[in-house]
Write a new protein. Structure first.
Length: 196
């Protein structure tokens, strides 16, 4: 599953063959078909594994309720630049988001893969919405519809990652935290008086 996801992210879903996946994973093609009916079945399983093993645990840490809401957002967005810079060192180019890259490629076909990607995007967006709602409650983001703001934040992130991939330049991602906070109409945390 890791080999499949890595290849789909690096080369594109359509460009990757089952033979290439088997070669990268060092398994026989017969073994592949024992576990999966098709490349799309493998892709769905690989995306689920990515969510369960990597993304959800990381998002649980980054968006912990013990972290101030604006810091949750800033830390998450700041880490995007770091991860994409690491990809340049490892792969020689910006890879963008694996879910966004595969999702944009299969949006008009591969219904099962597209459905899994939509599920993952919706799950991730809930973390954004929770942080935005908490920030609105504490007064650090102007009141409004947290679900709509979470969608806008997701659009910003995916657009920035897509642009970074197209331009093969991670540097603009450095500004993602400040651009996002401006878009979300964030403001300084209110000062709480301790005087009695």
């Amino acid at each position: 599953m890791k080999a499949a996801l890595d290849l789909m992210w690096e080369e594109g879903y359509s460009a990757v063959t089952i033979d290439e996946i088997c070669a990268r994973a060092d398994v026989r093609k017969g073994s592949f078909y024992y576990f999966f009916k098709s490349k799309s079945d493998l892709a769905v399983a690989a995306l689920e594994k990515l969510w369960v093993d990597e993304w959800k645990p990381r998002l649980d840490r980054e968006f912990s309720a013990s972290v101030p809401p604006l810091d949750r957002i800033k830390n998450y967005l700041g880490a995007i630049y770091t991860r994409q810079s690491d990809n340049i060192k490892k792969h020689g180019r910006v890879l963008g988001c694996p879910v966004g890259s595969v999702g944009s490629e299969v949006s008009t076909h591969e219904a099962e893969v597209n459905a899994k990607i939509r599920d993952i995007v919706a799950l991730k967006r809930r973390y954004f919405e929770s942080a935005i709602r908490d920030a609105m409650t504490e007064g650090t983001i102007e009141r409004g519809d947290p679900a709509q703001r979470a969608r806008s934040l997701e659009f910003l992130v995916q657009g920035a990652l897509g642009d970074a991939r197209i331009m093969n330049n991670a540097e603009p991602l450095r500004d993602l935290p400040s651009v996002a906070l401006e878009m979300l109409k964030a403001k300084a945390a209110p000062v709480v008086s301790t005087a009695s």
